[in-house]
Design a binder for this molecule. Structure first.
Ligand SMILES: *[C@@H]1O[C@H](CO)[C@@H](O)[C@H](O)[C@H]1NC(C)=O
Length: 317
């Protein structure tokens, strides 16, 4: 294609997080562990929500959707990084790099809108409880999920189209463990590109605006809970603090990296670990440890599984 003709660079080298062998071994073990916990924990949430009819409500459907996105976010770059530690292979093709940018923005964009949908759901449930059933109908819930994917696709398309217009002619060392626009942009053979800086910081500004919106809605929700402290309010409080921890851990790094795209700090690398490796593992931990309904549902699921294991042999022998 003429895109690759224009670009002299056909592959990038991912420098990863560290050169030291000991640190690499450490990262290999920690990230592998996190990856396994992310996949197992989030699958467990999806299975529990789908199987248990007590959890068939918009809040848990949205949570299960978030788990699906978290698994995708954990999988677009981390497995490659983990296996690269073993093989010592560090390159990624030009197309692979663009694909990583696409998926990174697809999953983070979708996750941001989904987190907003979840806060909207909690806001209505707690501040307008009488109108909840009429506002958050199953159709609205599906519409929120579809909308978050549509926004995610549109956002990531815009980022990728921009990345494809950049000429790459020389340096190809990406100082990170996956391709992201702020880092790759610094390798392009152009003088300071106002449009580029604008494109990148727009992501940061959008993330910041969403975060302020989310922050306000959770503050209103928390104040409402405090005012009507009654039965069930501690449950609402723990749900909302859980949501808020996820929101904070996810948005903080995104906003920092994208608002100051040309800063090239070690801190950028550390922060990118946050939203690709730490946040995806957070959901299952927070929800399985703090949410009574999910805990009970998982226990029931376990009993059902154990009983069916015991029952099957009796049927056949
Ligand atoms: C995602 O949300 C939709 C809409 O409520 C729901 O129908 C679907 O089952 C959810 N997906 C998962 C994996 O739970």
């Amino acid at each position: 294609m003429d895109v690759s003709n224009k670009s002299a660079v056909s592959e990038f080298v991912l420098l990863g997080l560290s050169n030291s062998w000991e640190l690499q071994m450490f990262f290999f073990m920690v990230f592998s562990l996190f990856y396994v916990v992310t996949m197992v924990g989030n699958s467990l949430i999806v299975i529990t929500v789908v199987v248990d009819s007590h959890l068939h409500s918009p809040m848990y459907f949205l949570l299960a959707n978030l788990s699906v996105i978290d698994m995708s976010l954990a999988s677009f770059a981390t497995p490659k990084m983990i296996t690269d530690y073993l093989t010592g292979h560090k390159t990624i093709s030009f197309d692979g790099c663009i694909t990583q940018i696409f998926f990174l923005h697809l999953f983070t964009g979708t996750e941001i809108i989904l987190l907003m949908a979840m806060s909207f759901d909690r806001y209505i449930a707690i501040c307008k409880p009488l109108r909840y059933a009429s506002i958050i109908s199953p159709q609205v819930c599906v519409a929120l999920v579809v909308a978050s994917w549509v926004v995610g696709v549109m956002h990531s398309m815009s980022q990728v189209i921009f990345a494809l217009t950049l000429p790459f002619c020389g340096p190809n060392k990406v100082d990170s463990f996956f391709c992201d626009l702020p880092v790759v942009f610094q390798l392009a053979c152009i003088d300071t590109n106002v449009l580029g800086l604008f494109m990148i910081s727009t992501s940061g500004i959008i993330a910041l605006s969403c975060f302020i919106l989310l922050f306000n809605s959770y503050v209103i929700v928390l104040i409402t809970i405090k005012q009507h402290s009654s039965r069930g309010s501690s449950k609402a409080l723990s749900t909302c603090t859980a949501h808020f921890i996820v929101v904070f851990m996810f948005f903080g790094p995104c906003i920092f990296i994208y608002m100051w795209p040309l800063s090239n700090f070690l801190i950028d690398k550390i922060l990118s670990v946050f939203y690709t490796i730490f946040t995806p593992v957070l959901n299952p931990i927070i929800y399985t440890l703090r949410n009574q309904d999910v805990k009970i549902a998982i226990k029931k699921l376990k009993n059902r599984f154990l009983n069916s294991n015991k029952a099957t042999p009796q049927h056949y022998f």
